[in-house]
Design a protein around this ligand. Structure first.
Ligand SMILES: [Zn+2]
Length: 114
């Protein structure tokens, strides 16, 4: 990625990365490899499809024109996605969100998605 992400961009990208990693592992995707999304961020273990999706999501977040005023990703982030990725992110958020609730990670969800 060319531009340095802002703190908020980094935070949001880490959130979607966390959801995607939970999804990828939980769905037992194969050929998972270490994938470095942002510099300074620990590598994620992702299959090629999830890595490609996450790159797409991160790029969208980096290019989001509503940065300063954007309240939560639920309200607007997904609306700039192409239909296919949009369907996928909804699936990932719903599935991984449920997992995180089961693991007591409500704080995480609460903050960003409700
Ligand atoms: Zn995957």
């Amino acid at each position: 990625m060319k531009n340095e992400p802002t703190a908020q961009q980094t935070r949001d990208i880490k959130v979607i990365a966390g959801f995607t990693e939970v999804w990828c592992a939980g769905q037992q995707h194969t050929s998972r490899q270490q994938h470095t999304l942002l510099q300074g961020m620990p590598p994620l273990l992702l299959c090629p499809d999830c890595a490609a999706f996450l790159d797409y999501a991160a790029k969208k977040r980096m290019n989001c024109p509503l940065d300063a005023e954007k309240p939560t990703c639920r309200r607007c982030r997904i609306h700039c996605y192409a239909p296919q990725q949009r369907a996928l992110v909804k699936q990932i958020m719903a599935w991984s969100g449920k997992r995180m609730i089961l693991r007591g990670r409500l704080d995480y969800l609460w903050h960003y998605f409700f």
